[in-house]
Design a protein around this ligand. Structure first.
Ligand SMILES: [Zn+2]
Ligand SMILES: [Zn+2]
Length: 200
């Protein structure tokens, strides 16, 4: 086992959900797990024992919005109306749903509009009034948020690989160099959210 791994194991043991006394315990616990090792995807996506999985997904989505803000800021210098006039990921073309009628925004506008929309929805007292439970009628928003956030990652991955890679290394995985972690976490989270088709 490497020195890094040993250090991480010790940190994992120290980080216990039961030890956090706070109204925002799950949020703080998730941030702590991320700080210790973002590359441990399996641990990151599993809600702590006895805790509500939906709230755990909610906290992940909130954190992903924060992370994506950093990515989009790094994309800005090279992702613009000229370089990326359409929101594409590989050959797929996406319309921006942040408007009364979905419209074709350029990729960087799509990213900003989608992030603004997702952030305000997740902070909305109307749809998410409690950090302890999610209203059944609000669960459907998880899917659309996850799907749209994932497209921003996918755009960076397919069209701005260098920016994506440097974001992954510097922002997402400060302890252990591990590419594509955020991509993988989001993919896994999206899959879980989308598998819950009952909420469509
Ligand atoms: Zn672009
Ligand atoms: Zn837009």
């Amino acid at each position: 086992m490497s020195a890094d791994s040993t250090q991480n194991c010790n940190l994992w043991r120290e980080c216990r959900f039961e030890g956090i006394q706070s109204q925002f315990a799950l949020q703080e616990y998730l941030q702590e797990l991320v700080r210790i090792d973002r590359s441990n995807v399996e641990r990151l996506i599993c809600a702590p024992d006895g805790q509500d999985e939906e709230i755990w997904q909610f906290e992940h989505l909130r954190l992903l919005c924060l992370d994506l803000n950093y990515l989009v800021i790094q994309l800005e210098p090279e992702c613009n109306k000229e370089s990326c006039p359409e929101m594409k990921a590989d050959e797929w073309l996406y319309l921006c749903a942040a408007h009364i009628q979905p419209q074709a925004c350029c990729a960087i506008d799509y990213a900003f509009h989608t992030l603004d929309g997702a952030t305000s929805l997740l902070n909305s007292n109307k749809y998410f009034p409690s950090r302890m439970s999610i209203m059944p009628t609000s669960l459907k928003h998880f899917q659309s948020i996850a799907r749209r956030l994932y497209r921003i990652f996918a755009h960076a991955w397919y069209h701005h690989r260098e920016v994506f890679d440097s974001f992954e290394v510097r922002r997402v995985c400060p302890i252990r160099r591990c590419n594509y972690t955020a991509h993988w976490v989001l993919l896994t989270m999206c899959k879980r959210v989308l598998e819950r088709g009952v909420f469509v």
